[in-house]
Structure formats: C-alpha cells, structure tokens
Design a protein around this ligand. Sequence first.
Ligand code: FMN
Length: 362
Amino acid sequence: MWPDKRAIDLFKVELPIIQAPMAGAALSDMVIAVSDAGGLGSLPCALLSFDQARSELGIIRQKTSRPINVNFFCHQQPAEDPVREMRWRRRLDGYYIELGLDNNSRGQTANRAPFDHKMCDLVAEFHPEVVSFHFGLPDKNLLARVRETGAKILSSATTVDEARWLEDQGCDAIIAQGYEAGGHSGMFLKRDVATQIGTMALVPQVADAVKVPVIAAGGIADARGIVAAFALGAAAVQIGTAYLLCPEAKISPIHRQALRKVKDNETAVTNVFTGRPARGIVNRLIREVGPMSDDAPEFPLAAAGLLPLRSKSEAAGSRDFTPLWSGQAARLSRELPAAQLTTQLAKETLEKLRSIGTRSAG
Ligand SMILES: Cc1cc2nc3c(=O)[nH]c(=O)nc-3n(C[C@H](O)[C@H](O)[C@H](O)COP(=O)(O)O)c2cc1C
C-alpha cells in the first residue's frame, strides 16, 4: 500500500512515479512504456517543433489509453543583447580557432521556444491528463486555455516562495525540485544558484507550505530515495537521470558512456550551455568557461554559439562541448527498459516500506 495516494488519485495512475520530462532524451516510446507500466510518462516538448510534438502525441494516443503528462518550457524570450553576444563570441573564439571553424558559423537556437497558443492547440487536440511547465507558468490567458482542457497543471518549484506562488496561480500539484536534479533547474523567481536547496531540505518545507500534493524530484533513483521522499511529505516522485540509461532514452553514445562512468562528485550546475543553470557532467567547457559565466547570453541564446563546436568535436569522439545532463545520483541508475525500471522501482519501494514497518514494529 502506498503511504500517500493523493497523487495517484489526482493523475488516475497506479504508481506514484513520474518519468521526468527530459527534453532531447525522451520521446513517445518512453512515455508509452512508463504509462503502460502504471507510472506517469512525460513527453517533453521544449525541443520539438509543432509538427514533431503533434506526431509524438499522435503515436502515444494511438498506442496507450493511460494518462500522460506533456511538458513545456515557459521562459520569457530574451531581448537581443549585442554586447553580451560579442563577449560570448570572444570567450569562445579560441575554441573556434582550435577546431578550425569559421567564427561566423554560429548555429541557430530555433527551438526551446516558450509555450504558446500553437502548442496550446495541441493540448486542446490531444487532451493530455497532465500538463507540466518548467520555469514558472505561462501567462494567464494561456494557462486558462490549458485549464479549460481539463488537464491537471504542474510546475517545478526550487524554493518555498516559488511553491507558494505556483499554488496561488492554481497548480494542482507542485514538483519540489532539489539542487541534486539533472538538467535545467526550474528556478524562476530568483536566479541565485549559490542558495539553491537540496531535495532533503526542500521537500518537507514545501510540503509544510502548500496544500496541494508535492512531488519530490532531484537525486531520486531507487527505492531508498522514493521511501525517503514519502517520509519527507511527498505524494509522488519525479525521476529523470535514472531513466537516461534506459534503451528508450534518445541520448548520444557519448552521453550514455559518460553516464555509465560518472561519479557522485563529477556533476556541476552550469549556465554555459544554454544561459540558464542546469546540472551536467563536468567537461572541458564547464571547467574552462564556467561553471557559471557572466558572459553567457540569456537562455536559450547561449546555445547557438556552441553548436558548431559541439558538432565538430562530437564527430571526433570528444565530449568537450556537449551538455551531458545528469543529476547527482547517476551512479544509482540501472540499464533496464523503461517499463521494467518503473515496475522494479515500485516493487522495491513497497518491499522497503514493508521491511521498515516490520522492523519498527519488532
Ligand atoms: C536530460 C534531462 C533533461 C531535462 N529536461 C527537462 C524538461 O524538458 N522539462 C522539465 O520540466 N524538466 C526537465 N528536466 C528536469 C527533470 O524534470 C527533473 O527535475 C530532474 O531530472 C530530477 O532530478 P534527477 O535527474 O536527479 O532525477 C531534465 C532533466 C534531465 C536529466
């Protein structure tokens, strides 16, 4: 028996396990596998075009009737800042020369567009049971449109203030995302990385501050973490990094290899890849330019200057300029298909809860 059924009842799922939306790493096959296993599969749309998102949603709805989560970024598109852009160019110049690249061959950050009315049309067309956002919430009109579809609305909080703000805007549940988490931090009220809070400290404080169910995220990768999340007041967990070694994860061989070897102290929160703080495995760019750089243009503009460096170095088998997103608990990951990982996590959590109960009773 699960110790808290609020999230299970809210999402109408069997297991309180959400496969984290992971832009660039999860597509329809992972969502279907997790949702069919009884968890909540999540389709990240931040890096998908409208047509790609529509096609993925079509596949999902064709193959499973289980509840799903569809996820969007909702940052403000930044204004051009030519001075900062130039500083970033100068900062990367040496690498362009080293790799024999033309400094004017910058890439385009065509996607990572914030949630808009067009994407909202997809929500209205496919009626995902859950819609989650990262970096706060979209504007009131868009949020009202999402609500009209009947979807439950979630977003990530990295502080108690953010959690209260999200609850005030009407979120049905709040993801308390700790500093351990892989990928982008959802922080949106402040941008101070130095004061970010770990999952262990964040979850109970958020659970005390809001009435809606809290979903713990960040550094949770096995039954011990899930049991701990319940003990801290969470009603479900959102797990990202642990799903990255599943065969369904659409990550590059370089990323997969790095995840297989990464140690607990080899990740860092950095803004050098996109302009926003995100946790990844430390590589040359993070070491030499970051982890945090004032020169990096605002999210998502920093990424454009890196694309040529990344493609050239990756082609030569190097990970120097590749974002290798990972949380701090990557070493706990197991290489299992996503459905099996979901059912194993659930089974092992229930066993652990039983064994703790038996021990304390004895
Ligand atoms: C590769 C990767 C990509 C991510 N992309 C997204 C995303 O598109 N949307 C989102 O809300 N969260 C994203 N996240 C954050 C996760 O939702 C979640 O907070 C995090 O994975 C939890 O920590 P863990 O990785 O230690 O399990 C991403 C995380 C990773 C590792």
